[in-house]
Write a protein that binds this ligand. Structure first.
Ligand code: ZN
Length: 171
């Protein structure tokens, strides 16, 4: 991954607001994984803002990436804890592609990027941080966004900017 300029972190550096507490773990279904943050998001229907959940459809969930490569980086996943493309049903395939399309349009409207990287990392070797639960990355790109040195931010910095971004995308 190229180094990206992250000016959106700047406003939060030196801020004194404490990061929000993590939502408590919830019980998940029999085929889900209690340690998987996507399964937790699917089964915890009461903390969408805290978890930065953007939308749920019948078989998909969309969330902001907690460790974004760029402003507006979000994830689209099936509800099911499933790590194989060939295990998806046709309904899931259709809903996932439609959901990716939906968020590309919303990000275009709200953030005016020049392009997107949309992709899936299949397996540890390909860089998947969570290989057991498929998730597509949507990363908005702006001309010149690799030309600057990344501003190194703390977790606190990132979580505060994610709150602001969640509110923008939910409007
Ligand atoms: Zn999962």
């Amino acid at each position: 991954m190229d180094t990206l300029w992250a000016p959106w972190r700047m406003a939060y550096i030196g801020g004194d607001k404490e990061p929000q507490e993590k939502p408590a773990a919830v019980e998940v279904g029999p085929d889900a994984d209690a340690d998987c943050f996507l399964c937790q998001a699917v089964f915890d229907t009461k903390n969408d803002q805290q978890r930065h959940i953007l939308r749920r459809t019948k078989s998909t969930i969309s969330v902001l990436n907690k460790f974004p490569y760029n402003n507006g980086h979000l994830l689209v996943a099936p509800h099911r804890h499933c790590g194989r493309l060939d295990a998806l049903t046709e309904t899931e395939q259709l809903e996932l592609v439609r959901e990716i399309d939906h968020w590309v349009k919303i990000l275009e409207q709200k953030m005016n990027p020049n392009g997107f990287n949309v992709g899936l990392n299949l397996g540890h070797a390909a860089g998947a941080g969570l290989p057991g639960h498929l998730h597509w990355h949507i990363v908005p790109r702006w001309n010149g966004d690799t030309n600057y040195i990344t501003t190194i931010g703390s977790t606190k910095v990132i979580s505060q900017s994610l709150d602001a971004l969640w509110k923008i995308l939910m409007q």
